[in-house]
Design a protein around this ligand. Structure first.
Ligand code: ZN
Ligand code: ZN
Length: 320
């Protein structure tokens, strides 16, 4: 069952698309990638280097941001706890026995997560919309789930789940947190026959006077400029730096570290945190490569390494 709604500059009545950037990788392209791939193997199991995470009281005026794993980020204010694209499963795949396997534990064990008020879903790929994790979160505290147009129906079988859909530039306030669903240059699919039947995107949050931008999955596009115009002061940008090789296949829909730095600059972000690397091997690049290339690019551009961090699962920072 497809999304039904009015046509827009990113919905043609049947499918969603990236305005000004219609690209489509076919099954043959996937085959070409798999036949020509020069994938660098990752270690099977990678241990965490960060200190065990502890829940701490967040006082008014402050925001604590923790990189849980992949695109799962925990954002805590004194009144609200938000979790983006929560993924706790062992594999990010429609199958429990095949597909990309977890190489590293989440930085916060599931049972140690504080009660979650809001879950933000960027799009329906398995490494972002993990139904098993959403089911566990529902059972544990029934958070409000905000998802792109077309995705709540995919989550319908999670009994009791409170799911609300958002279109690009649609706002939703939760308590004192202002949430706006913003564009991204990406695509969607859960199976072989539902390509682009639901939307994808990013989120801008205003919490405790701070602006946090969560980019979801995206290629480099002019949406960053549009977002920068609306949010002239981004205090923290959460930008993907992994899952980019080979470029001919990935470039349309995934930033590489150099493009992530460009996005950081276009957004005028005070600080950025690299996400979407190091936990699941989705593409060809080596485990160490995203952080290394990020660091080289920052050096080349004489940007302080404190301005764009790439840290291990469980790393946290405070905005105050
Ligand atoms: Zn994706
Ligand atoms: Zn992804």
């Amino acid at each position: 069952m497809r999304h039904s709604g009015p046509m827009s500059d990113h919905f043609d009545g049947e499918k969603f698309f990236n305005p000004g950037h219609r690209s489509h990788k076919s099954f043959l392209d996937v085959l070409k990638w798999k036949l020509t791939e020069t994938s660098v193997p990752w270690p099977e199991e990678i241990s965490l280097t960060s200190a065990p995470w502890e829940n701490k009281k967040v006082s008014p005026g402050k925001v604590r941001v923790t990189y849980v794993n992949h695109a799962s980020i925990l954002i805590q204010s004194s009144t609200q706890t938000i979790l983006t694209d929560p993924v706790y499963s062992k594999r990010v795949s429609p199958l429990s026995w095949a597909g990309p396997k977890r190489r590293k534990l989440p930085g916060i064990p599931f049972e140690n997560l504080p009660p979650i008020d809001v879950v933000l879903i960027s799009h329906n790929h398995y490494d972002h919309m993990d139904k098993e994790t959403l089911r566990r979160l529902q059972e544990r505290g029934n958070p409000l789930v905000l998802a792109p147009l077309g995705d709540c129906r995919v989550l319908e079988d999670i009994s009791g789940l409170r799911c609300e859909e958002l279109d690009w530039w649609q706002k939703r306030a939760v308590d004192e947190v202002q949430i706006e669903f913003c564009p991204a240059q990406h695509w969607s699919a859960r199976g072989m026959f539902d390509r682009n039947e639901s939307l994808w995107g990013s989120y801008a949050l205003q919490v405790e006077g701070k602006t946090i931008y969560f980019a979801g999955d995206t290629g480099f596009g002019n949406h960053f400029e549009a977002i920068a115009k609306r949010y002239p002061q981004v205090d923290l940008a959460l930008l993907p730096i992994g899952a980019y090789a080979p470029r001919w296949f990935m470039k349309d829909h995934h930033l590489n570290p150099e493009e992530a730095v460009k996005a950081h600059q276009v957004l005028g972000a005070k600080k950025s945190l690299g996400i979407h690397f190091g936990t699941f091997k989705l593409t060809d690049e080596a485990y160490e490569e995203p952080a290394q290339r990020l660091s080289e690019e920052l050096e080349r551009l004489k940007i302080s390494k404190e301005e764009f961090l790439a840290k291990d699962n469980g790393f946290d920072l405070w905005l105050e």
